[in-house]
Design a protein around this ligand. Structure first.
Ligand SMILES: Nc1ncnc2[nH]cnc12
Ligand SMILES: [Zn+2]
Length: 335
């Protein structure tokens, strides 16, 4: 199974670029930028990655991002992630970034977006990996701050396909961002949002209805409402599920209890993603392996995660057809 999963073509749809900051690069950037970090070794950093819920992770994750200062830093961060993609045979990736995490610290929006974009562009020719970029608003901040970020993004519209919503779900309902999302839709952006990670099924429904989402990030708590699961399956509403993240953040206690395979078999368009791989213990192959080891699945079912991700991606129909055939050929040759 390891070999089959390793070589399977993969498409990632839920990846926070700030969540790919490995401890080694964190130290390198801290030294380069003369920034103090409260750790003395990579092992000490990894020891701190013991989370009991989303907020306990977010505290450390935002602190880690403080070492990112220059356009080169954002380029290096993104390039390191793309090399991991190459290693895992990820052929297309749709990457989130959190501009407010950086602009709040005085880093310009342009520095962030240009560094990330340049690495993504270079990867098309040098690594054969295509991508899209999604700008997330932080839901713990207010609507005004989100509007500022959205206005800053307008001159970079050619680099950003969609807006999203991340950070703390509980206490920050989708309704808080209804007007910002309406403005983003009017400006031609697609919309996605984290929902149903820690929040209930009703939080997913609200996000879908109020923010006119094309897909849901996480969404695993939909299982609390069977009627809703049937609706999601019927409409093929994509869920970008992050298995290792869900275990690390205690959404499920054990991978054997994770509902992703059950949702797949019910016809929901579920996909496998790595979320914040430097913090949660693994990139795409690791996430597929963790699900595959805890649940008995056929090769056809495993490959279905890639078919679903291609279907849910923000690429042209022509590109979708190309990737679908690539995945089908791989499956046929490796049955
Ligand atoms: N899993 C997650 N949930 C919400 N916000 C995030 N930001 C980065 N990772 C996140
Ligand atoms: Zn996420």
């Amino acid at each position: 199974m390891k070999q089959f999963i390793q070589n399977l073509p993969k498409v990632e749809l839920h990846l926070h670029i700030e969540g790919t900051l490995e401890p080694e690069l964190m130290f390198e950037l801290a030294a380069r930028n003369n920034i103090d970090i409260p750790f003395s070794s990579c092992a000490e950093v990894k020891d701190a990655y013991n989370f009991h819920n989303l907020q306990s992770f977010l505290d450390i994750y935002y602190q880690g991002a403080n070492v990112l200062i220059t356009e080169q830093d954002f380029f290096d961060l993104t390039w390191a992630y793309l090399l991991r993609c190459k290693n895992d045979n990820v052929v297309h990736t749709e990457v989130f970034f959190d501009p407010q995490t950086h602009t709040e610290r005085g880093i310009s929006f342009d520095t962030v977006v240009n560094g990330i974009h340049n690495a993504l562009s270079q990867a098309v020719d040098e690594l054969g990996i295509t991508s899209q970029l999604i700008m997330c608003f932080l839901r713990h901040l207010d609507e005004k701050s989100a509007f500022i970020a959205l206005n800053q993004s307008l001159e970079h519209k050619d680099k950003i396909v969609a807006v999203g919503l991340d950070s703390l779900e509980n206490g920050n309902p989708a309704s808080k961002f209804e007007r910002v999302f309406k403005y983003a839709l009017d400006e031609g952006f697609l919309t996605v949002a984290h929902a149903g990670e820690e929040g209930p099924a009703s939080s997913i429904r609200d996000a879908l209805d109020l923010l006119k989402l094309t897909r849901i990030d996480h969404g695993v708590r939909c299982s609390d409402d069977e009627t809703f699961v049937k609706e999601l399956a019927k409409h093929r509403t994509p869920l970008t599920v992050c298995p290792l993240s869900n275990i690390k953040l205690k959404v499920f206690e054990h991978m054997a209890e994770h509902n992703i395979v059950e949702l797949l078999r019910k016809g929901v368009c579920v996909t496998i993603n790595s979320d914040d791989p430097a913090y949660f213990g693994g990139y795409m192959t690791d996430n597929f392996m963790a699900v595959g080891e805890a649940h008995s699945m056929s090769k056809t079912e495993i490959a279905q995660f890639t078919f679903n991700a291609i279907e849910a991606s923000f690429i042209s129909d022509q590109e979708k057809n190309r990737l679908m055939s690539m995945n089908q050929t791989y499956l046929d040759q490796n049955m």
